[in-house]
Design a protein around this ligand. Structure first.
Ligand SMILES: [Zn+2]
Length: 89
């Protein structure tokens, strides 16, 4: 190895993670008009998001919408030690 070169070293290990819904954060619902792109504000229940879309229909006669729900998730390490390095056979 010449001067200025550095050996690259890395250590890898396997770890298992799981995704879990964040229980203290609400599921939120939104709608967006496909004709003009107007979004409605986030709502915490689906019925209210649908009613907001229908109000838009009443005002504009735009009939195509996207309704979406968003649920926050958090990744959690399932092995508190962070996982053991893989063993050689
Ligand atoms: Zn519209």
């Amino acid at each position: 190895m010449s001067t200025g070169e550095r050996a690259a070293r890395a250590r890898f290990r396997y770890a298992e993670w799981a995704l879990e819904p964040v229980t203290d954060a609400p599921v939120t619902y939104t709608s967006r008009c496909h004709t003009c792109g107007e979004p409605c504000a986030e709502r915490t229940d689906a019925d209210t998001a649908e009613r907001a879309a229908l109000k838009h229909v009443g005002r504009t006669h735009h009939a195509d919408f996207e309704l979406s729900a968003s649920r926050p998730y958090r990744a959690r390490l399932t092995d508190p030690t962070g996982g053991a390095p893989p063993r050689s056979p």
